[in-house]
Each structure stands twice: as structure tokens, then as C-alpha cells.
Design a protein around this ligand. Structure first.
Ligand SMILES: C[S@@+](CC[C@H](N)C(=O)[O-])C[C@H]1O[C@@H](n2cnc3c(N)ncnc32)[C@H](O)[C@@H]1O
Length: 209
């Protein structure tokens, strides 16, 4: 699969030469220093975040195409579930400038950095699966394909009818999107309107509209 973006290409091309260059001097380094070096990584990516997505920022303006299509109340409440450094929050703000914007992030350093970058947003440090989505008019996700069935079940159980679940790149299996926007040949935005039927009567991850 072709790699898009210069950062990805540099990482892919540089990985082997970098490890080869480091392999020689590394034999003289005590083994425990590797455990020490892993600590910042573990802080940035706590174990529970490994199931979902690592940090990958939403491109600027990625949600603008949805702003005219989704009906949201004035001063709508929007949540980026797994907000990373805040690029998704910025995309939400660009699309809905008058909205009240919140994020939840599992990684402590990322949550701190995000609070510092996006002072206009409310950032919770915690697990996106334990965080209540119920009070929000729109929940935005940029996670993994494997996370989508669980996200759909959570949205169905907690979000009110008429609210929106929006996902960058990864669709909800079995749900029919209210809107589908191709951002580029590789990336699609999926927007699902939560239907009116009570959660107790819903059956599996079937279509919502
Ligand atoms: C692909 S990035 C998206 C970041 C941001 N939403 C954006 O679009 O720019 C996924 C983010 O979700 C966070 N994450 C993964 N699993 C999580 C969980 N269970 N609870 C909260 N955050 C999580 C990761 O730490 C990472 O910052």
C-alpha cells in the first residue's frame, strides 16, 4: 500500500537504517536503560489505549464539509472521544465555531498538552469507553476499525435520538450513514444520526435510518 505524507515515508524508510546504526553502540548500554526509555512511551500510551488508536491527528478543516449538512442546536455540545493533542477539537471548532467542545483522552501527557493547546475546550483525562456520551449532540471519533462496533453500541445506549456519531475513516459495520463525505481518495467521513427507538428495543448493530 503506498504511503501518504512525508512523515510516514521518512519513518518507514528510516526505521531499519536507524536501528542498524544504533545496534552497535547499544550493546554497551545496560539492559535496564531500555526499560527506563519505555517509561515515557507507557505514559504517553497507557495500556488501555493500545486496544484503540495511537496518536494520529485529524487534518485541519476535515469536518468543514459536514457543518452545512448536520442539523445541530445552537451552542451544541460536541465531544472528541480520544482527543489526542486536539487536532480533532480544532476541526470541530472550525466546522461549528459556536459549539461547546469537549475532549476525553486516556494519555496523561497528551491530555495535558491538549489542555494547553486548546484552552477554549474542556478536556477530561480518562477512558473514552467509561466517559458518558449522553449529554452530547455529536461525538467525533478517529479510532480504529475494530473500535467501531463497540462505539456504535455505546452511542446507541447513551446518545439521544437526533444526535450524531461522526467517524473519520472507519465506518460502523451494518449502519447506514446519514452523510458520507469523501475527503480524498483514501479518507471518508461517516456521519450517523442516532435513531428514535429506545436502546432497550434495539437489535444488534443494524441500520439506524
Ligand atoms: C487517531 S488519534 C486521534 C486524536 C484526535 N481525536 C484527532 O483526531 O486529532 C486517537 C487518540 O485516541 C486516544 N485513545 C485511544 N484509546 C483511548 C481510550 N480508551 N480512551 C481515551 N483515549 C484513547 C489515543 O491516545 C489517541 O490520542
Amino acid at each position: 500500500m503506498p504511503l501518504a505524507g512525508w512523515r510516514r515515508r521518512v519513518l518507514a524508510a528510516g526505521g531499519f537504517p536507524a536501528s542498524w546504526l544504533l545496534a552497535g553502540p547499544a550493546t554497551s548500554i545496560p539492559a535496564w536503560t531500555w526499560a527506563l526509555a519505555a517509561l515515557p512511551l507507557l505514559m504517553a500510551y497507557p495500556l488501555r489505549a493500545w486496544r484503540d488508536a495511537p496518536l494520529f491527528p485529524t487534518p485541519a478543516g476535515a469536518l468543514d464539509a459536514l457543518s452545512g449538512r448536520l442539523t445541530l442546536p445552537p451552542r451544541a455540545s460536541l465531544l472528541d472521544a480520544g482527543c489526542g493533542l486536539g487536532h480533532g477539537l480544532e476541526a470541530l471548532r472550525s466546522a461549528w465555531p459556536d459549539a461547546r467542545i469537549e475532549g476525553v483522552e486516556a494519555s496523561l501527557p497528551l491530555a495535558w498538552a491538549c489542555r494547553w493547546r486548546c484552552r477554549w475546550a474542556r478536556i477530561h483525562r480518562g477512558d473514552l469507553w467509561g466517559h458518558d456520551w449522553g449529554g452530547h449532540d455529536l461525538v467525533y471519533l478517529f479510532q480504529r476499525p475494530e473500535s467501531m462496533p463497540r462505539a456504535a453500541a455505546k452511542a446507541r445506549a447513551e446518545m439521544r435520538p437526533g444526535a450524531w456519531l461522526v467517524s473519520l475513516e472507519f465506518p460502523v459495520p451494518g449502519w447506514t450513514p446519514g452523510h458520507r463525505v469523501a475527503l480524498d481518495p483514501r479518507r471518508t467521513l461517516w456521519a450517523y444520526r442516532i435513531g428514535p427507538e429506545p436502546a432497550a428495543r434495539s437489535t444488534g448493530a443494524g441500520p439506524r435510518r
